[in-house]
Design a protein around this ligand. Structure first.
Ligand SMILES: Nc1ncnc2c1ncn2[C@@H]1O[C@H](COP(=O)(O)OP(=O)(O)OP(=O)(O)O)[C@@H](O)[C@H]1O
Ligand SMILES: [Mg+2]
Length: 426
């Protein structure tokens, strides 16, 4: 149909684990070109290619389909959120749509200029300055120098990097880098804007600005494809949601339906032994082994009550100097409610050498309203994620009372309650 801008048919991407990995980790345009040159060289000189390249038949390799039989159509002006657990294939799909990597099978047809903002590190040439990169990216998008100059000030303004315009981008902080990369992708008037999760890197104010800009881009009738683990944002921004699971499409529906299907799917995963889950990120030298929730007694319970105590225990596979534990509680609508971090110390914290491999977080008075909640949990060491599991555990909060005040489950407003008192006339 005429307003279809992306048509994806039976798309599949196979990786050969063990050997191909490094070959596939090209990100920048320069790497893509170098890689294409290499494969051209290989086809011109088959003997050389056979001697230097491992093949799928090498006994130590294993085939792995990161995407399989993926088909969908995207229409002009669609705002599509792609969601799914870690490793579901989201970034792989975006890389294929951005032509950074080739599909192993299937076909894609794209109508219009694509600007993509993939993981940090893509799109820009590290040795070139911010200014040069803006022009380079514009040129790649097929814009003339005059057109780019016309947009230049707006981009610099949006990215707030004026002072560093003539600094090579390799000297930028990751926040600055992403700000400029986003500004370039969003302002160079692409017909299709593809954004992968990078918003997580910027500060909250900048994230809001980006979301606003993406809304503007969408309102202008352009197409936006957005990968995020922030379900609230996906629901707010996207009209449609595509849920990927182990490389296949599990749901393609409204954003709300896709998110609720995802949460059900995630909840099922949370019944699994935590150590067996593969949908996790981080270095993995140490891992979260188990999470227990209780009301403070000896028995675990996945049901807590408003106003009463709650204890969250995180078992890890080992302890190391500098290891910390953090977790975020999300409500059933996907909104983050509150965040805990053992590295942000309070004088009430205690260390207990007999505790061995557990981080215990005690809450005296749970200020959550009745409902269903989930936890994303992570452990970090020296500023690096060791392990990070989304939807690691789900729990319910039942009606309780807060300092004697009954807490109703029926308000339908928000997810927290604050201790308070009323002064009432008469
Ligand atoms: N270059 C590669 N070589 C081998 N395997 C890869 C490569 N890139 C990705 N994979 C694997 O393909 C699967 C899909 O990866 P992808 O990055 O697309 O997942 P994702 O949905 O974006 O996950 P996340 O939410 O963690 O970003 C994962 O199992 C990943 O380990
Ligand atoms: Mg990804």
């Amino acid at each position: 149909m005429s307003d279809t801008v992306i048509h994806v048919e039976n798309l599949g991407k196979k990786y050969i684990i063990g050997h191909q990995q490094d070959n596939e980790r090209y990100n920048t345009l320069r790497d893509v070109l170098a890689n294409q040159a290499r494969s051209l060289n290989r086809s011109l000189n088959p003997f050389k290619s056979h001697s230097s390249l491992p093949t799928a038949n090498t006994p130590s390799t294993e085939e792995f389909w990161a995407l399989k039989d993926v088909s969908f159509e995207i229409k002009q002006g669609d705002r599509v959120g792609i969601i799914g657990r870690n490793g579901a294939g989201k970034s792989t799909l975006l890389k294929i749509l951005s032509r950074i990597t080739e599909p192993t099978e299937g076909r894609i047809k794209i109508k219009g200029r694509v600007a993509s903002l993939l993981e940090v590190g893509t799109g820009f040439h590290p040795e070139l300055t911010g200014r040069e990169n803006i022009f380079l990216n514009g040129a790649i998008l097929g814009m003339s120098k005059v057109e780019i100059t016309h947009k230049f000030d707006e981009i610099v303004d949006f990215a707030e990097v004026e002072k560093f315009l003539d600094t090579p981008v390799k000297r930028y902080s990751s926040g600055m880098y992403v700000r400029l990369a986003f500004a370039v992708a969003a302002h160079l008037e692409p017909e299709i804007l593809i954004v992968d999760e990078v918003l997580a890197v910027g500060d909250v104010q900048f994230q809001k600005k980006c979301l606003g800009k993406m809304e503007d881009v969408a309102k202008e009738g352009r197409t936006v494809i957005f990968v995020s683990h922030n379900l609230g944002t996906v629901q707010a921004l996207c009209s449609r949601g595509v849920l990927l699971m182990q490389g296949t499409v599990l749901a393609d529906d409204t954003a709300d339906v896709a998110v609720s299907t995802y949460l059900k799917n995630l909840e099922q995963a949370s019944f699994q032994n935590l150590l067996k889950r593969t949908d996790r990120q981080g270095k993995g030298h140490l891992r979260l082994a188990q999470i227990e929730i209780s009301t403070g007694g000896n028995h675990p319970s996945l049901t807590l009550s408003t106003g009463f105590s709650a204890v969250f225990t995180f078992h890890v596979t080992g302890i190391r100097q500098g290891l910390s534990c953090c977790f975020t509680i999300y409500d059933q609508y996907g909104q983050a409610v509150t965040y805990f971090n053992s590295a942000a110390h309070s004088q009430d914290d205690m260390t207990n050498p007999q505790q061995e491999t557990k981080f215990i977080c005690e809450i005296e008075e749970l200020l959550l309203l009745p409902g269903r909640y989930r936890i994303n949990a992570a452990i970090m060491c020296d500023g690096e994620y060791q392990d990070d599991v989304k939807g690691a555990v789900f729990f319910d909060v039942e009606q309780g009372n807060l300092r004697g005040r009954p807490v109703s489950s029926e308000t339908g407003y928000g997810n927290t309650i604050l201790p308070h008192r009323w002064l009432i006339p008469g």
